[in-house]
Design a protein around this ligand. Structure first.
Ligand code: U2P
Length: 259
């Protein structure tokens, strides 16, 4: 009787795994504590663009993004670490096909690279974010659609670019702004302290954080201005000048290369 029960359970588990395409990857990771919505500044990121390809939003010429775009919604721990690749759930772009317009606009890849997926392959930026971070957002999210939809809504509700703009912090290749002023503008708008990440003196990312019910909260890396790892006291928000048309055409993969 007992062995029959064991067999039934095993069959049920295998059937479940194949039906949902979900296989437990790393059971040892405990439930996360909070979410960080990580936003990247295209002006800083795109300056590193040396060649172009169709998936890189830095290469959209005059349509290249000029606002913070989404890097990811990351489940994090209060000790500054984070879980990753929590179970196997291979990214399926068709599950989020109805969100494509918003994703292309607000959550584009800013590179031509193919980031690694959790099972060792290479994939899209969205696939990387879902598999590495989205799978660790349980029990809040269990599927791609809700993870991406909620992230887009959170982003649209917390317009960091506009908050900085209203405070006079606009993209510029000549101005330097006090880091404290940028942090204060965000504190005033959302009543929380963000985390700011820089590449040399240029703002690279701003992260705003949320409890599991999406009420805003301080980020863990935000407590002490002087320990804000990578940023100096005065920072820039660089403008990005898209590569010229010739550079783009020359470096675009041919149809054959793209196959
Ligand atoms: O900061 C460098 C990379 O580390 C990952 N990261 C950082 C902070 C955090 O709270 N969670 C997290 O995952 C990011 O990796 P990615 O998602 O890009 O693979 C971040 O880029």
């Amino acid at each position: 009787m007992a062995s029959r029960l064991c067999l039934l359970l095993l069959v049920a588990c295998i059937a479940g795994a194949f039906a949902g395409d979900v296989i437990e990857l790393n059971r040892s990771q405990r439930e996360f504590d909070y979410f960080a919505l990580s936003l990247q500044w295209p002006g800083t990121y795109c300056r590193g663009t040396r060649h172009c390809c169709s998936k890189n939003a830095c290469c959209r010429g005059s349509d290249a993004p000029t606002q913070f775009t989404i890097h990811g919604l990351w489940p994090d721990y209060n000790d500054g670490s984070w879980p990753s690749c929590c179970y196997r759930s291979d990214f399926k772009e068709k599950e989020i096909s109805t969100l494509m317009d918003g994703l292309e606009k607000y959550w584009p890849s800013l590179s031509c690279g193919s980031p690694s997926s959790c099972n060792g392959g290479k994939g899209s930026f969205w696939g990387h974010e879902w598999e590495k971070h989205g799978t660790c957002s349980s029990p809040v999210f269990h599927d791609e659609y809700n993870y991406f939809l909620t992230t887009l809504n959170l982003y649209l509700k917390h317009n960091v670019t506009d908050v900085l703009y209203q405070a006079g912090y606009v993209a510029s290749n000549s101005e330097k702004y006090p880091l404290g002023g940028i942090v204060t503008a965000i504190q005033n708008a959302f009543h929380i302290t963000p985390e700011v990440v820089c590449k040399r003196d240029a703002i690279d990312e701003i992260r705003i954080c949320f409890y599991k019910d999406f009420k805003p909260r301080d980020c863990v890396g935000s407590q002490d201005l002087t320990s804000r790892k990578s940023c100096p006291k005065y920072v820039s928000l660089p403008e990005y000048t898209p590569l010229d048309g010739e550079a783009m055409v020359l470096k675009m993969p041919t149809e054959r290369e793209a196959l």
